[in-house]
Design a protein around this ligand. Sequence first.
Ligand SMILES: C=CC1=C(C)c2cc3[nH]c(cc4nc(cc5[nH]c(cc1n2)c(C)c5CCC(=O)O)C(CCC(=O)O)=C4C)c(C)c3C=C
Ligand SMILES: [Fe+2]
Ligand SMILES: [Fe+2]
Length: 361
Amino acid sequence: MTYAIEPGYTHGTPEKTGILLVNLGTPDAPTAQAVRPYLKQFLGDPRVVEIPKVLWWLILNGIILNVRPKKSAAKYASVWLAEGSPLRVYTEKQAIMLQGYLAERTRAPFAVEFAMTYGNPSIPDALRRLKAQNCQRILVVPLFPQYAASSTAPVFDQVFAELQKMRNMPAIRTVKHFHDDAGYIKSLAANINEYWAKHGRPEKLVMSFHGVPQYTLDKGDPYHCECHKSGRLLAEALGLTREQYVVSFQSRFGRAEWIKPYTTATLLELGRQKTRRVDIVCPGFVGDCLETLEEIAMEGREDFQHAGGGEYHYIPCLNDRDDWMQALTDLVIDNLQGWLNLPDAADREKGRLLALAMGAK
Ligand SMILES: C=CC1=C(C)c2cc3[nH]c(cc4nc(cc5[nH]c(cc1n2)c(C)c5CCC(=O)O)C(CCC(=O)O)=C4C)c(C)c3C=C
Ligand SMILES: [Fe+2]
Ligand SMILES: [Fe+2]
């Protein structure tokens, strides 16, 4: 084993703290040729599909990678933005904004990079860029509020695998999850309340989270539990009764049983019950992507209305909302305590109250 040659260094180069924001991944273009290698990398990760290697290799290479890229590409094409894939566009915006908010709120030198677990920009490339900026301390923030062995863990797997190749390893901290973070819940609630102030309220709010196979829950993945906790906290923040909302799980892949209730089945049932209006929100995604813009905003509407439902409103994800970006900045600052002398949440609140008492706005 030879270890990577370190980027050039001169004594006195100031150190920066690196922040690595990571989302799931997306193809480079909405074409079958671009979707295929992305799906191959994604679905070839044993964290994502846990069936015996040889059997899965045959199914993936023999069937899935011959059929799915074309179908998925057509779906991607229906949501593609002028600047690229929505997931990449929003993640990049979040990284740029976080860099600005950190500069505004602290005097410490930061470098923020974003990466995708699958596809581009890759985690190894983003780590190289942070090292090139002399980041000796790196905070890794997977943009998944709820921890899952199939979304969060692969981020850490890749970061640690990259570290194993390094001669001069940076110190690493990780944010495991933020499913019950007060700022995250508050910005979700504000997003929904603002939507309702403009468009009125639904008979039922559907909170749709990405699904995972049932066997992962049986084997101890905390994901299902964390989704329900986020759902409950969000409902409390919105002042909803148990009858006014439902938590469901979308994006089932393959034939195995996934955690229930499925979003599709929930929307069909609400349609059959002639629900006058359903609003649907995806709190497990902090940026809009294929799974929200196509599967939920488009396919979900068809399912609900064909089954007899009335109005259907998709409420967008947090994307580049100011309150969410402030919440993410808080989360980062809180996770840097001890590395940097930054005011913690209690100090910040004291400072805010003091400023208020002194008549500041
Ligand atoms: C929010 C966290 C996510 C979990 C948990 C997750 C698990 C998971 N996903 C698949 C299969 C697919 N997911 C796909 C897209 C996709 N998944 C997430 C997030 C989670 N997935 C996001 C943000 C996206 C959108 C990507 C984008 O480019 O916008 C896809 C690809 C699209 C398609 O072909 O339908 C697949 C496939 C599994 C099997 C799984 C858990 C085992
Ligand atoms: Fe997924
Ligand atoms: Fe999907």
